[in-house]
Design a protein around this ligand. Structure first.
Ligand SMILES: Nc1ncnc2c1ncn2[C@@H]1O[C@H](COP(=O)(O)OP(=O)(O)O)[C@@H](O)[C@H]1O
Ligand SMILES: [Mg+2]
Length: 248
């Protein structure tokens, strides 16, 4: 049995054509899977199904063998925009998932500080979100998603709004944090190079279906120089070809 098991899942918003069609997907513990596809193909909907925010019309989603009926602390979610609370300081934004349950303990506050330090934000815990750059805000959103140590992290184009250099830095930070904690990740992007750099596997979605699910075999840990290598580019070409074939 896989860690996350998406089994023949379909979903339709009432009154509209099906958005997710007969999707099968298995993710083993500690793996990093990316999902790429054109805008509107159903990526966000599939991620919401995997989070338990939506329920499938047919099929089943199981996390560690148990059917997923609602989101819980075992899941972290990072959205496209950082969605921080402007009136809370950075440390309180990171601690939000904790403070929604109980007043944070000194250990939990310490844990949040450590996350900020790992993400290069040690000196910013007392700042407000508006005092941070876009990349720093994205890091705070990542720390917030990790503070409850979720077993599964779901990310919906979290770095899409960032410049290429900042995005590359965040990709490296994300890989490091997830391999340290053996977090299982499902990461949605429309950036092929980002998918290949991050993913152990890359799935391609087209009009609600998974049309390709390929292994990425370019060596670990990922090093930035890899992005200019022949093997990396061959993988990008294969993903691109799967996307073009699907649309043809
Ligand atoms: N709440 C909704 N009600 C009706 N249709 C929706 C809703 N949310 C998304 N859709 C439609 O479902 C399709 C897939 O959307 P989405 O999952 O957001 O795609 P993606 O994330 O790949 O851009 C789109 O055609 C979109 O218009
Ligand atoms: Mg989307």
């Amino acid at each position: 049995m896989s860690f996350l098991d998406i089994d023949n899942v379909s979903f339709t918003y009432p009154g509209w054509p099906p958005v997710v069609r007969a999707v099968d997907w298995r993710i083993d513990e500690g793996e990093f899977h990316c999902l790429v596809g054109r805008s509107g193909c159903g990526k966000t909907t599939l991620l919401k199904l995997a989070a338990g925010l939506l329920q499938p019309d047919t099929g089943r989603i199981r996390l560690r063998g148990r059917q997923l009926l609602a989101p819980g602390p075992q899941l972290g979610f990072v959205f496209q925009s950082p969605t921080l609370l402007d009136w809370h300081r950075v440390i309180d934004n990171v601690l939000l998932p904790v403070s929604l349950q109980h007043p944070p303990t000194p250990e939990e506050i310490d844990q949040a500080r450590q996350l900020l330090e790992l993400l290069g934000l040690a000196d910013y815990s007392g700042h407000f979100p508006r005092q941070l750059s876009g990349g720093q805000q994205s890091r705070v959103a990542l720390a917030r998603a990790l503070v409850l140590e979720p077993a599964l992290l779901l990310m919906d184009e979290p770095f899409a709004a960032l410049d290429a250099i900042t995005r590359g830095e965040l990709q490296d930070d994300l890989l490091q944090m997830c391999s340290l904690r053996r977090t299982t990740v499902l990461f949605v992007t429309h950036d092929i190079a980002e998918a290949v750099y991050l993913g152990d596997r890359v799935a391609v979605m087209d009009r609600g279906r998974i049309v390709e699910n390929m292994e990425v075999d370019v060596g670990k840990p990922r090093l930035p120089a890899l992005r200019y290598g022949a093997s990396f580019n061959r993988h990008c070409e294969r993903v691109r070809a799967a996307m073009d074939l699907a649309t043809a």
